[in-house]
Write a protein that binds this ligand. Structure first.
Ligand code: MN
Length: 200
């Protein structure tokens, strides 16, 4: 599948005349990036996105990722997003898909733990096979996570499982103790208020 085809679902859901979200189309080099966006939509959730095959492969994780070894969190696969979405922070207007405030809660690069090299093909194959193991090198989250598909179909259900490694610490609760943006330091309320001012 080409990257253009991969982004068809993303573009089909959005009116780019109304939302400030990126249309996408860029490419980049270097270590693959990950981002976790806190999204205050109809229900608050965390969108985990991993750069694989020229797009951000995405999951909505209702509770966010845990730092406790062996902890499992439900992750619903969502449509692939364009690479430049990783920098998106702002408000999706009422009536648009995913309406609500988006924050860059954590960001960084990641490594594929299942292959010797970070070749994109290894990751795409792992995704197709329904089992990824990645090391996240973020500002809040650092360590290994397995992503395991438990249910295919229209809505793929996966589990995000914290691996037992030096990044595991069950006492940490970063979603509670570090709630703000790693990009701008803002809270959800501040992002919403700033956008309100811009559109006045
Ligand atoms: Mn979302």
């Amino acid at each position: 599948m080409t990257r253009k085809d991969k982004l068809e679902r993303y573009r089909g859901k959005r009116d780019f005349g109304k939302t400030g979200e990126p249309r996408g189309g860029g490419s980049r080099q270097g270590a693959p990036r990950f981002v976790i966006q806190k999204h205050d939509a109809s229900s608050l959730h965390y969108d985990l996105r991993l750069e694989i095959g020229g797009v951000l492969v995405s999951w909505a994780v209702p509770k966010g990722l845990s730092t406790g070894a062996g902890d499992k969190r439900l992750a619903i696969r969502t449509e692939d997003h364009p690479l430049d979405y990783a920098d998106f922070e702002g408000v999706i207007p009422e009536g648009e898909y995913g309406a609500g405030t988006v924050m860059v809660w954590d960001a960084g690069t990641f490594r594929n733990l299942l292959a010797g090299k970070d070749d994109g093909q290894g990751l795409e194959q792992a995704l197709a096979d329904g089992l990824l193991e990645v090391w996240l090198e973020g500002e809040k989250l650092r360590g290994g996570y397995a992503m395991k598909r438990t249910d295919s179909g229209d809505e793929e259900r996966w589990l995000a499982i914290k691996l037992d490694d030096e990044g595991a610490d069950a006492r940490r609760l970063p979603t509670s103790t570090e709630p703000d943006s790693v990009r701008t330091g803002r809270s959800l309320e501040e992002i919403a208020a700033d956008e309100g001012r811009e559109s006045d």
